[in-house]
Design a protein around this ligand. Structure first.
Ligand code: URA
Length: 432
């Protein structure tokens, strides 16, 4: 078998055999196949696609290209969740303790943020003392003792994806549904959970800008998960405007705590309850997703989910008694006209918060955990000229970018006189 012949087959729109995919992926991980040949194959896949079977086989080989986390020592059905990412997406901070308080074990490996989207690990590090890098034995013991642990992904998980993703990034081949699906699902499957709930977002602040692409991505990932023996459900949710009001690490942790205490934003609370309902059902702790939703509502109201969050923070060395880092300055961005907020381009809000230091421009950038934005108006709200649309939080190092961030924020808002058309937050749930 020659790598060149495999590339030619995909270039010509032919189907790969299992042996071809194994040869190509394992050859690339070992270094026998170079970046130039992988780049050519990725571009061929970008144009020709991969069918359902090829995508599943590719994911399987990618998943086995690094460590596989063994969660068999955990009692109960472990259910994992993955979000395709968005602006103000602090869902894991609420969802993990909420689901754990229903008796479903949560052993979650999360990532850091890049560009206009944030990452759970950065957010958790805004809690004083919180350790996101913990030895695997401690991670498993913690899940057995208190029902949940959230830690950073190990460097040796899915080695094929590390190399392939970096190459896709510089060869304009990221935007391919089979490649995105196999990249995400190989990491989820290698993380060891028995069942998986995917939060697939669409809209201006999401990876997938429109509903149709998001649905195709969701269906492809659900097929991979189910095809490889892990029951998988996808919730399609809107990311047209930021989720909740807070964007930025410590600010989002505070909003998550408010939500766990029962007074969070309506949209964010609704998403958490919907995802929790699915996870509790998949974890066999409710007879249906609707019953799971109701149970999650009770656990939020009773304070049980907040108690679980506190247990996790303590177990991972953090303290909620110590104050989180606070930004030195606040800047109110005022509305230049009166009316009704018609839309808020989530991507621009994410970018503005990055300008304030809350997000990374490159993988190597440092971030300011206290910086970010708190929106004062959401889609459908009435606003008077001169009223604050949002407050920017920042420190000296990023003070020179505040005007740019404020301009970007103002441009993200469209204010008009008609009633606003608000996209429903949850669009569809796909289970097969
Ligand atoms: N996130 C991933 O993990 N992989 C992709 O390909 C795209 C988004």
């Amino acid at each position: 078998m020659r790598a060149c012949d495999i590339i030619a087959r995909k270039r010509d729109g032919l189907e790969h055999s299992r042996e071809e995919l194994e040869f190509f992926i394992s050859g690339y991980v070992k270094g026998d196949i170079g970046d130039e040949q992988m780049a050519a194959w990725l571009m061929a896949v970008y144009f020709q696609g991969l069918n359902r079977e090829e995508t599943q086989i590719l994911t399987d080989f990618m998943m086995h290209s690094g460590d596989i986390i063994d969660l068999s020592g955990i009692q109960g059905i472990v259910v994992d969740k993955h979000s395709t990412g968005g602006v103000g997406d602090k869902t894991t901070l609420v969802l993990a303790p909420l689901v754990a308080s229903a008796g479903v074990p949560v052993a979650k490996l999360s990532g850091r943020g890049l560009g206009f989207t944030g990452g759970t690990i950065d957010k958790l590090e805004a809690i004083p003392g919180f350790q996101t890098s913990i030895p695997s034995e401690q991670f498993l013991n913690q899940v057995n003792e208190i029902g949940l642990a959230v830690a950073g992904q190990t460097a040796s998980l899915v080695l094929a994806d590390k190399k392939m993703y970096a190459l896709r990034d510089i060869t304009a081949t990221v935007e391919s549904i089979p490649l995105i699906s196999s990249s995400i699902m190989s990491k989820k499957l290698a993380s060891g959970a028995n069942r998986i709930v995917l939060d697939v977002k669409f809209g201006s602040g999401a990876f997938m800008q429109n509903k149709e692409d998001a649905e195709l991505l969701a269906r492809t990932m659900v097929n991979i998960g189910n095809g490889l023996g892990r029951k998988t459900v996808a919730v399609l949710s809107s990311m047209e405007e930021p989720l909740g009001y807070a964007v930025g690490n410590a600010l989002e942790v505070q909003e998550a705590i408010d939500t766990l205490q029962g007074h969070g934003p309506a949209d964010f609370t609704e998403l958490c309850l919907t995802l929790a309902g699915q996870m509790i059902y998949l974890g066999d702790k409710a007879a249906s997703a609707e019953d799971g939703y109701k149970l999650a509502e009770e656990l939020l109201k009773s304070g049980a989910a907040m108690k679980k969050f506190e247990q996790m923070v303590t177990a991972q060395g953090g303290s909620l008694k110590l104050a989180m880092a606070q930004a030195k300055y606040q800047y109110e961005v005022l509305a230049s006209q009166s009316g009704v907020v018609q839309s808020i381009t989530a991507r621009d809000i994410g970018h503005a918060s990055m300008l304030l230091g809350a997000g990374r421009e490159t993988k190597a950038s440092a971030i300011d955990l206290s910086a970010g934005i708190v929106l004062k108006k959401k889609v459908g709200d009435t606003v008077q000229q001169g009223e604050p649309l949002a407050v920017l939080y920042y420190n000296d190092a990023y003070a020179h970018r505040v005007q740019d961030a404020a301009d970007e924020l103002r441009q993200a808002y469209t204010i008009g006189h008609a009633d606003a058309h608000k996209e429903p937050l949850i669009w569809k749930i796909i289970s097969e």
